[in-house]
Each structure stands twice: as C-alpha cells, then as structure tokens.
Design a protein around this ligand. Structure first.
Ligand SMILES: Cc1cn([C@@H]2O[C@H](COP(=O)(O)OP(=O)(O)OP(=O)(O)O)[C@@H](O)[C@H]2O)c(=O)[nH]c1=O
Length: 649
C-alpha cells in the first residue's frame, strides 16, 4: 500500500485534524499529509454505559470531535474544511475503559490494573467529508472505523510504577502510558498496529482513504457505506451496511451529531436503522438532550392534539421517573444543605461502627424524628450508609462533605443554602422582571435571621465557598496548558489564593500575584497555609478601578460570567492595555455547549439572573478576540470548570 497516491489525492484540499494530540500530529506529519490542527471542543463525557462495546464509545467520541470542528469552522474560522479527521484512543482491560488519568492516583490505579496483563487499545477514527452546496449549506459525509491492538505489560513493581508516574508521562495519555516513550519499558509484546496504540492507526486510515478516493466501487455503491448529514435534511441518507469484520472497518451507524441542526437525512428507501444504532441514537439524543433528533419518539397524539395515554392507562415508567427526579430535586438539595449545616457528616466522622439516630440527634441537638428522617434521606442519596440502624459516612461524604476534607464543598453548600436558595425562592419574580432577586431575597433573609452576620462573617463565608471551588478545580485549571513561557501571573479576583497555590505547584518557574479587594486580602490569613514558597503574593485593589499589577499572564477564574457587558469591557480593556503582544490570558469558566443545550449546571446558574451571562467557548473566544486576545487552546477539563488560554496579538 503506497501512501503517496492517496495523499496526493488530498493535496489542495483543506484537511483538518480535530485533535490536540501531539502524537497524532506527528504521525500524520511524518506521513506527508498537509493539514491544519483545530483541536475539538467536544467534551469526552459520553456515558460509557450507553455503548455495547468499547470501540463504539471510541468511534462515537471520534465522530463527535470531528463533527464539532466541521460545524464550528465555517463560523469561527470563516472557512469550510474539505476533510476533518477526529480520533479517540482508549485502553480496555477487565471490561474497564481507561482514558487519560485525572491525577497520579488515577494513573496508579490504571497502571496497576494493566500490570502483568494483556489489554486492548482501541482507536476510533472519524473522517468527515464536507460538501459545500451552492446555497452555502454544507452536507457532511461521515465515515468511521476503529482499530484494535493487543498489548501485554510486564509485571510492574511499586517502585517502577511510581517512578514512571512521577515522570509525568502518564498524565495526558489513555491508560496512563506512552508506548512510544518511557512507557515502552513496561511492554512485553504488541500484537497489531503499533501506531494505533500511539494514537492513530495510519495504515487503516490510508486504506480508508483509498476506499474513498481510489475505490473501484461506483460512487453510488460508495455512498452506500457512508452517511450524509445535512443542515436541513429531515431524514437520514443512509444505506447502512453491517460492520465488516475483516479489518474492523466499521461504517457509521447514523446518529445525529450533538446539534439538532445536523439531521440524518434518509435518501434511499426508508431503511430502518438497525437495533443497535437506534439504541445508540436514542441514548445519544437523550445524552445530548437533542430534542429534535430524527429518532426521538414523540408521544402519540389524539386528533385534537392531546397526548394519547397508552392503552393500559399507565404513564411510561421511565418518563414518570424523569419528571419525579426533577420534582424531588429541591428536596434532595435541601437534605444535603441541612445535613451539612447541622454538621451531621462531621459528627459521624471518626466514629467506628457509626452512630444510632438517637446519638446523632443528641449531638446535633435535634429531634429524634427529624434526625431519623434526615439520616434515612441521606442514605437514599448515597451520602450515608446504614447497617442495623447504625449510620456512617460514605466515601462521597468523607471526600466532599467533611468541614476539613482537602476537597470539602461544605462552605459552598452553606453558601448555596444561605444565599442561592433564597434567591431561587424568588425565581418566578426573577423571570418576570429579568433582574436578580438577590437584594429582595437577602434583605428578607437577614431580617429573618436571629442575629445578623457581621459583614466580616458573611465575607468569610463567601470566601470559604470560593475557596472550596478553587481547591476542587485548581489543579485541573493549573495543569490545563503548558505555561512554561510565562514567568509572572496575576490572578484577578483570586480571593484566598487557593488557585494561585495550584499554579505555583504546577509551574515551578511561575510566581503569582493575587489581586483582590482590600477586605478580601486582609482576611486571607484565615485560609493561607504559611507560605514556605513565597511565589504567591497578594495586592489589594479593585480591578475595575485600580491599575493592574504587571504580569505576563492574567488569570480570570469564574469572573467574567458575573460581569455586565459594561464591566466586561472595562476589565478586558484594562487587561489588554496592561498586556504586551505575547502576554497570556487564562480564562476559567463553565463553557456552555455550542448549541447552548448544556451543561445544565451552567444554564441553571444563569437563572440567578445576575448581570452577567453564561457563554460557550466560541462566545468567550469571540469576546476576548474583540479585545485583542487570540484563542490558542481550549481545555474541557471534565472538572467543574473548563479553561481557555489566549495570547495578546
Ligand atoms: C495508549 C497510548 C495513548 N497515547 C495518547 O493518549 C491520548 C489519548 O487521548 P485522546 O482523548 O484520544 O486524545 P487527546 O490527546 O486528548 O487529544 P484530542 O484528540 O484532542 O482529544 C492520545 O493523545 C494518544 O496519542 C500515547 O501517546 N501513547 C500510548 O501508548
């Protein structure tokens, strides 16, 4: 299989690799392919339980990565690519799918599970051929396949494992290893395509290109193995072929992309999607909340447009369950808030065998009846476990709900209970008036309280809540990008310095100045470990009014979504003025999906009706571009917050 004739077919075409993987870039570069790299913003959070086999998960993720870029480029880059290539590599062992480790402990878990065993590496690849029509609409031809390679690890000693983990190599690689580098030491044998393990099955890819561009089969036959997605199609164009088993070439089973805009258009006779793709499509549309999917079934209606109840008069269980889950959601939240506020989890901590309800009631000075109800509700939510009427914390509550846990969210929970809950109790007024109900809600709440919290107390509680979020998200944000070209950073609104700590830990050459209001800076001692490393400093000021500390990287974590357009302009203009070309701006927020259909965490926050706005990564990118910052990287961290690194032009 000579590669060149295939590659020459692509010359003159705009080929895009929708991947941030440096290995994939190197493999395709070395093969002589000329292409642009546009990393995908698709968050790799598909529910693995929805897929019958691991390779289906990898293929679907590859598809969504490629489609997201193909869909975004006409708007973001003002050009339509000819071909977009997406890929996803996963490692599977003992029925588990291993992606990139979230931290060193996760890398240890993965490598330990691979030690001494044969495992599989699957890379799913999606090729999106974009066909621009006269009316400037674009049809997408989606072809995908996967490749499997077997790899056997030697028995790994604890020392070997930790030495490898501490090299840092595992952290951005599926399964926590890089076979092409130090990880090669761990491998006894490889059966199959080595490059497939590294991240891209080049040989299979070339065979697929050959099928597309040099195939002897007629174009109509060729169409039979692909699916056309179109902006305005109402049906699927798909003559589905069963996945060929010979080389695992798996032709796409039609499913809409995440956006309802791309319908699967049925071109030939109404071929039924086969069972598995129907399941996949329905589950995906459920996953993506894609209400317009060609496959979402609407309830039957009477001639007068009323919903027809099923003959047996019973509502469908799963529909009812979904509505009840939403209905009961506020009760679950309030149970969590109340148990946290009454220190139930702290009381149970360190009590071997647990406590009876009566003992807990006595310690939290509450009624036995109320305590029993609260404890049982917490068990139902997985926050406690009980055995023979003895109650204990679960791992979940131990990790996040104890006051002194490293990743405690208790203060954030109290903030939600004391501040957010009252605001949401006025949601209807907020929707009617379109403005925040904070003043109305909190003035009423403060009147209701026996003792007015001193302003310092309420500031400390708010700082505690922000400290919780920064502790939970700090490492993911601090390690999202290579910041080695920056020496000084300024964390605007950095509050307690928790995020700054993570940046200095992750980047030894970086010092960070936390710039925040005088009241915040003077209260920081309540949160700061005695800084052995003096690379975190604090400067008091108002970033809307005062001069900003000089830095070559500015950090904005959970700030912009709270700013009115006017304040945004003031702040971003001040940062732009303080920056010279090449300076960085690192933004950390919840990035909405491009079609603004999720994540619900972001869209529910917007109901607070603050003066700010939730945005997608593209919207933030355009906003920052209007102030002279060009987006270099976007990272969907899979944590509570995503991140974007921009460079001053
Ligand atoms: C098993 C193995 C994996 N990898 C890398 O692991 C990442 C997988 O993650 P992904 O999600 O498929 O890709 P990504 O890096 O996150 O990039 P993107 O395509 O933007 O998601 C890719 O990098 C691969 O090379 C190696 O470099 N060597 C190996 O032996």
């Amino acid at each position: 299989m000579v590669l060149n004739p295939v590659i020459s077919k692509l010359s003159g075409k705009l080929v895009v690799l929708a991947s941030a993987s440096p290995r994939r870039l190197e493999i395709l570069n070395n093969a002589g392919l000329r292409f642009q790299v546009v990393p995908s913003w698709f968050k790799e959070t598909l529910d693995k339980g929805l897929f019958k086999a691991p390779h289906e998960y990898a293929v679907e993720t590859a598809r969504q990565k490629a489609l997201e870029v193909a869909r975004r480029m006409p708007f973001k880059h003002l050009k339509t690519p000819d071909i977009v290539i997406g890929a996803d590599t996963i490692v599977t062992v003992d029925g588990m799918i291993l992606e990139k480790p979230v931290d060193k402990d996760d890398a240890y878990r993965m490598l330990s599970s691979l030690s001494g065993k044969e495992h599989s590496v699957f890379t799913g690849v999606a090729i999106v051929l974009c066909h621009e029509k006269e009316n400037e609409e674009v049809d997408y031809q989606l072809i995908d396949f996967y490749e499997e390679t077997k790899v056997k690890f030697a028995d790994l000693s604890e020392n070997m494992l930790w030495e490898y983990i501490n090299s840092g190599e595992p952290m951005d690689k599926a399964g926590g290893y890089g076979i092409q580098a130090l990880g090669g030491m761990l491998v006894e044998y490889v059966h199959g395509d080595f490059l497939n393990v590294v991240g891209f099955p080049l040989n299979h890819f070339c065979k697929q290109l050959d099928l597309i561009y040099n195939s002897s089969i007629s174009s109509s036959d060729q169409e039979s193995s692909t699916v056309w997605l179109s902006h305005n199609g109402n049906h699927a164009t798909s003559n589905l072929t069963q996945p060929s088993s010979a080389n695992h070439t798996h032709h796409i089973q039609s499913s809409p992309s995440a956006s309802p805009v791309h319908k699967v258009k049925r071109k030939s006779s109404e071929t039924e999607l086969n069972e598995s793709s129907m399941t996949l499509v329905n589950s995906l549309s459920k996953h993506t909340g894609d209400k317009d999917s060609a496959n979402t079934k609407l309830p039957p209606m009477t001639s007068r447009g009323q919903v027809k109840e099923p003959e047996d008069g019973e509502p469908k269980k799963e529909d009812l369950q979904r509505i009840c889950d939403l209905l009961d959601g506020f009760r679950a939240s309030k149970a969590l808030f109340t148990a946290s506020k009454m220190c139930v989890f702290d009381v149970l901590h360190g009590r071997p065998g647990g406590l009876e309800a009566a003992q807990v009631a006595q310690e939290i000075k509450a009624s036995l009846k109320g305590t029993e109800c609260l404890l049982e509700a917490c068990v139902s939510l997985g926050l406690l476990r009980s055995k023979e009427r003895m109650y204990e914390n679960t791992d979940l509550s131990t990790r996040f709900l104890l006051s002194d846990a490293p990743f405690s969210l208790r203060s954030q929970i109290l903030h939600c209970n004391d501040t957010v809950w009252p605001i949401f109790s006025h949601l209807e007024s907020g929707v009617l008036e379109g403005v925040s109900q904070r003043d109305k809600a909190l003035s009423q709440t403060s009147k209701d309280q026996d003792t007015l919290h001193s302003s310092q107390d309420s500031k400390l509680r708010f700082m505690n809540a922000m400290h919780n979020i920064a502790k939970v998200t700090g490492k993911a944000i601090a390690t999202a990008f290579d910041l080695s070209s920056f020496r000084t950073a300024c964390d605007l609104g950095g509050c307690t310095g928790a995020m700054a700590d993570e940046f200095t830990k992750a980047h030894p050459g970086l010092s960070v100045t936390v710039f925040d209001l005088p009241t915040v800076v003077q209260l920081r001692e309540h949160f700061q470990p005695l800084h052995t490393d003096n690379r975190v400093s604090f400067v008091a000021g108002d970033f809307f009014k005062d001069d900003l500390p000089k830095a070559d990287l500015y950090i904005l974590a959970r700030i912009l979504h709270d700013c009115s357009d006017e304040k945004l302009d003031i702040l971003l203009s001040k940062i732009a003025d303080a920056c010279t070309p090449g300076c960085g701006l690192l933004l950390s927020e919840i990035f909405l999906d491009e079609d603004r259909k999720g994540p619900s965490r972001g869209l529910l926050q917007a109901l607070g009706m603050g003066e700010g706005k939730q945005r997608s990564a593209t919207e933030y990118s355009l906003l920052l571009k209007s102030h002279g910052f060009i987006t270099a990287h976007v990272r969907h961290t899979g944590n509570l917050l995503d991140a974007m690194l921009c460079i001053k032009a």
